[in-house]
Design a protein around this ligand. Structure first.
Ligand SMILES: *Cc1c(COP(=O)(O)O)cnc(C)c1O
Length: 391
């Protein structure tokens, strides 16, 4: 099979699922109660920072993820920023994350004035590698008054932030064990993994806190939005306080007891989220069916489909395949995009960006290998399936 027949087969196959129009990688679907709930907000005048939809959405997400509490925020980056602050990360400290991620993970660490340390990922999950994490910690850190300290910089390792790439669960149970052993708070970046599980356990429930995103390109959207989830009642109360300007409740006085953030999700956005959550279970079924079609196509046409590892369930937010090498990757990107089928490479490594190029890292061999080979394919819910999302 030549590369060009392989490309043509893939383009035909994608058109077969999605139809003839130019195709984005992922677009939202509003086939549930979205319009009705938005109009309700406008009619009742509850569009902004007060309204029942926020609490409802928080309860829905927490229940879905199997966490005790949810605190909604304006976006996922804000949720990560607040999660790091709540975990006690402070200026000058260091936070371990992965170099293969969306920029928000590293930026949230930087907003605090903390420095990211970038650890390699596993080739199968595209998420943080527990072996790489342990290897780096063993060689580069020491214990000091019960704290884990970077031997080179003397800074405390204040948190670890793995990410579940494209909704594929990383080896989070193993990572959690290592973090416990070293006394490092674990924060999961679950921006891409709503509906992804390890066994029966939802991603985002392995550490202290997790941060979801409901940006327009995610599996469900609130326009813009995010959420912190945690089992810790005190952390959740602190999260609410910190993300709502740190105002002490009072009928008319303005007393703010620390520098808080205006990170609260407006009621309008939460209303969209409540309607989207009603369709999520059906959406997950449809996405698993689309993934199954890609899996079968790949097996027949010599592509490598990146699948959830055994014992885990992915939400198949974005489907991805592995090409032979960078040249093969680029040839496919060129052919498919020229044909109006949007495909994309994975992100640049954080260490390839000017603001993070000097950050400590472990060599990132697998991450570099993946950057040369991963391509995302169109993964939205196909229009032909919309009927299944109607209330
Ligand atoms: C989308 C995303 C975020 C948060 O993004 P927002 O656009 O701020 O909601 C964080 N981390 C990852 C990995 C993401 O994909």
């Amino acid at each position: 099979m030549t590369a060009s027949t392989q490309h043509a087969a893939l383009i035909d196959f994608v058109r077969d699922i999605y139809g003839p129009d130019p195709l984005p990688l992922h677009r939202p679907v509003f086939e549930g109660n979205e319009r009705r709930y938005l109009v309700d907000c406008i009619d009742s005048n509850f569009v902004s920072s007060v309204g029942a939809r926020v609490t409802e959405f928080e309860t829905q997400i927490a229940a879905f993820a199997g966490a005790r509490h949810g605190v909604a925020t304006v976006n996922g980056t804000a949720a990560l920023h607040a999660a790091l602050l709540l975990s006690g990360v402070a200026r000058g400290e260091e936070v371990i994350s992965q170099a293969l991620t969306f920029i928000a993970t590293a930026n949230a660490i930087s907003y605090i004035g903390a420095r990211p340390v970038f650890i390699d990922v596993d080739r199968d999950t595209l998420g943080m590698s527990p072996e790489a994490l342990r290897g780096w910690l063993e060689v580069n850190t020491r214990r000091e008054n019960g704290r884990c300290v970077n031997a080179a910089s003397g800074a405390r390792i204040a948190a670890c932030v793995p990410m579940h790439t494209f909704g594929l669960p990383c080896r989070i149970a193993e990572i959690a064990e290592i973090c416990t052993e070293y006394g490092i708070p674990l924060i999961e970046d679950t921006a891409e993994s709503l509906g992804s599980y390890v066994g029966a356990r939802h991603t985002g429930t392995f550490g202290q806190i997790a941060a979801f995103s409901f940006n327009g390109n995610k599996i469900i959207t609130t326009g813009g939005g995010g959420m912190i989830v945690t089992d810790d009642a005190e952390l959740s109360a602190r999260a609410k306080h910190l993300t709502t300007t740190a105002k002490r409740p009072h009928p008319y006085e303005f007393f703010h007891d620390e520098i808080g953030y205006n990170y609260r999700l407006p009621n309008l956005n939460a209303a969209l989220g409540v309607a989207q959550m009603e369709t999520l279970p059906e959406m997950l079924k449809i996405k698993a069916e689309v993934a199954a079609r890609y899996r079968e196509f790949c097996a027949l046409h010599g592509f490598t489909f990146i699948d959830a590892r055994a014992g885990t369930t992915a939400n198949y937010w974005l489907n991805a395949i592995l090409l032979e090498d960078r040249a093969a990757r680029d040839a496919l990107l060129e052919a498919s995009n020229a044909a109006g089928v949007m495909t994309r490479p994975i992100w640049r490594l954080m260490t390839e960006l000017p603001m993070y190029e000097n950050c400590q890292n472990d060599g990132l061999d697998n991450a570099r290998w993946l950057v040369d080979r991963v391509v995302n394919l169109p993964s939205s819910v196909p229009e032909s399936e919309f009927g299944r999302l109607k209330p």
